[in-house]
Design a protein. Sequence first.
Length: 271
Amino acid sequence: MMAHKRPMIPIKSAQEIEQMRLSGRLAARTLAMIEPCVQPGVTTDRLNDLCHQFILDHGAVPSPLHYRPTVQNPGGFPKSICTSVNHQVCHGIPSQRVLREEDIVNVDVTVYLNGFHGDTSKTFFVGGSTSRSRKIVQVAEECLQRGIQAAQPGSHFGDIGVAIEYHARQSHCSVVREYCGHGIGRAFHEEPAVLHYGTRDKGLALLPGMIFTIEPMVNLGKADIKLMPDHWTVVTKDHSLSAQFEHTLLITEQGNEILTVVTSPPDSCSG
């Protein structure tokens, strides 16, 4: 068996890091702007249109639009954000679907600003909530927090995965294994693949200057998923609820820095 080379993980320069702070903040501002618009009766297309215009108005472009054309989808991803509702795990395509009371929806935003990408997502309650939706949203957010806490200089990527999966299992939920976090910078997806499961002290060591996303997808039921005929939308096989939260993270000398945070009052939503 041929030996595989270890992936080359970009170490960002101080100038690149500052640019990524800007793209990360814009992604976070977009997500904060859209939150008040996530209401019963609103279509996911409306959320997409509002985010699309907001991103353009701030000198950036939406990274998902036309991303990764294939034979099945020659135009690539057809929208500017992903909206994944209830048992949709990820990559849901905005449409005329109307959000209903007690739905949950993950809104995934990635912007491309001045040559760098920033990526973040959050699962929102639509109107009210149920005990099941509150549980899965809480566990998914806690899994992201556990992953971030484990991402320290000198630790390993396996430590991130262990922290996430352990918390999900302790909460009687499951982690999707087929999709993972990723390096990010000048490219939307760079090395490394950031798994949301793993073995402690295994994998590459985390070094200052690495920037990547952590974005666990957590299911209330089993981890099994399937790809829908649109070749983008992923759903749980057992139709159980799924939730996800995501941040873009920088490893520093002292620990880590979340790049996708809002540092000023949120913009108003005109939806």
